[in-house]
Write a protein that binds this ligand. Structure first.
Ligand SMILES: C[S@@+](CC[C@H](N)C(=O)[O-])C[C@H]1O[C@@H](n2cnc3c(N)ncnc32)[C@H](O)[C@@H]1O
Length: 283
C-alpha cells in the first residue's frame, strides 16, 4: 500500500545513492505498518520507521520483518522500529473487524482480494471446511456476508490461531455459524468431518498439496469445490499456473475426476516465487 512514495520523505535523510534501496511498498494492518528494510538500509531503519509514521498519522507502530514466514504456523519475526511496542491491532476488512497479533498468528492483508473471491463464490446452505483458518478471517467473512450458509468448520493447528478465531467470531457476531477446531486439519477431517462439505478452503500454499486427499475426503459424496493453493518457482505468471496444474496432474495421475474452475496468481511472494489459486470442481 502506498500513499506517497517513501522515497520522497526519505530524500535528504538516507543519502541519494541509498534511495534506490528504499522499498516501494509496505503493508498497513490496523494501526501497524509493516516494512521489510533491506540489508543495505539496516543503519537507517529507525529513520524509515519515523518517515512512515509521518506519512500515516493513524500508524501507532512500525514493524520491520526480521525473519520471513516460516514453520508450520507460518509466522514471521518482527522488530519495532518506531512507536508503541506491540504486534497486536484491530484490522478492518470488508466490513468486519479482526483482532490480530502478527507475532502469534499468520495474517497478510495482501490476501484480501483472494478472501473476497472465495466469499463471493459461496452458495446458500453450504457447509464449508476452512482447513487452515488462521485468525478465522475467511470463516468470519463468509458467515457475515453469506448468512444463509449452514456452517463453517474452521480449523487451525496453532493454539493462538484457535483462540484468535474464537475471539473474531464473537467480535463479528457470527459465532452461531462457525465451529472453531484446534488440530491438524488432515486428522480432524479423517476423524470427524468425512463427506460433510460442499466447499473446502486450503489457504496454505506452501504445503496444501500434501493435504489434498484429506480435502477430497471432506467433500460430500455428490461433490463440491476445493479452493486449492500452491507455491512455485516460475519465470512468470503463466508458467506458475502451468506448473501448478502439472503438480496436480502428477499428484492424481488421472485416478480422480474433477474439472478446473478459476485459476489465478494470487501474488508473487518474491521474484519468481508465486502463489497460485486453482479451484477444483468435483461433480
Ligand atoms: C497461510 S495461513 C492461513 C491464512 C488464513 N486463511 C487467512 O486468510 O488469514 C496458514 C495457517 O495454517 C495453519 N496450519 C498449518 N498446518 C496446519 C495443519 N496441518 N492443520 C491445520 N492448520 C494448519 C497455520 O497455523 C496457519 O495459521
Amino acid at each position: 500500500m502506498r500513499k506517497k512514495p517513501l522515497e520522497k520523505v526519505l530524500c535528504g535523510v538516507v543519502g541519494d545513492e541509498m534511495l534506490k534501496h528504499v522499498p516501494s511498498s509496505f503493508d498497513l494492518v490496523g494501526n501497524i505498518a509493516i516494512i521489510k528494510v533491506p540489508p543495505e538500509l539496516e543503519n537507517y531503519k529507525f529513520k524509515i520507521g519515523e518517515a512512515i509514521s509521518r506519512l500515516y498519522k493513524s500508524v501507532k507502530t512500525v514493524l520491520n520483518v526480521s525473519k520471513p514466514t516460516e514453520g508450520s504456523y507460518r509466522l514471521r519475526k518482527y522488530e519495532v522500529i518506531w512507536g508503541e511496542e506491540t504486534t497486536q491491532t484491530i484490522h478492518k476488512e470488508y466490513g468486519c473487524r479482526f483482532k490480530v497479533d502478527l507475532q502469534k498468528v499468520f495474517f497478510n492483508p495482501r490476501l484480501s482480494f483472494e478472501r473476497k473471491r472465495i466469499v463471493d463464490s459461496v452458495k446458500p446452505f453450504e457447509t464449508i471446511i476452512n482447513m487452515f483458518a488462521g485468525s478465522g478471517i475467511v470463516s468470519v467473512l463468509i458467515a457475515k456476508w453469506k448468512p444463509e450458509i449452514d456452517k463453517v468448520y474452521s480449523i487451525d493447528i496453532n493454539p493462538e490461531a484457535y483462540l484468535s478465531m474464537k475471539e473474531n467470531m464473537f467480535l463479528n457476531k457470527v459465532e452461531n455459524k462457525i465451529i472453531p477446531i484446534l488440530g491438524n486439519a488432515e486428522k480432524v477431517i479423517k476423524e470427524f468431518l468425512l463427506g460433510v462439505a460442499d466447499r473446502v478452503i486450503m489457504l496454505l500454499p506452501s504445503f496444501a498439496l500434501n493435504y489434498l486427499e484429506a480435502a477430497i475426503e471432506g467433500l460430500k459424496k455428490e461433490g463440491g469445490v476445493i479452493h486449492f493453493y500452491h507455491e512455485c518457482r516460475a519465470a512468470n505468471k503463466d508458467e506458475a499456473i502451468k506448473k501448478t496444474l502439472n503438480a496436480l496432474k502428477e499428484k492424481f495421475k488421472n485416478d480422480i475426476s474433477f474439472k478446473y474452475g478459476e485459476k489465478r496468481v494470487v501474488r508473487s511472494v518474491s521474484p519468481h516465487i508465486y502463489h497460485v489459486a486453482v479451484d477444483l470442481v468435483f461433480r
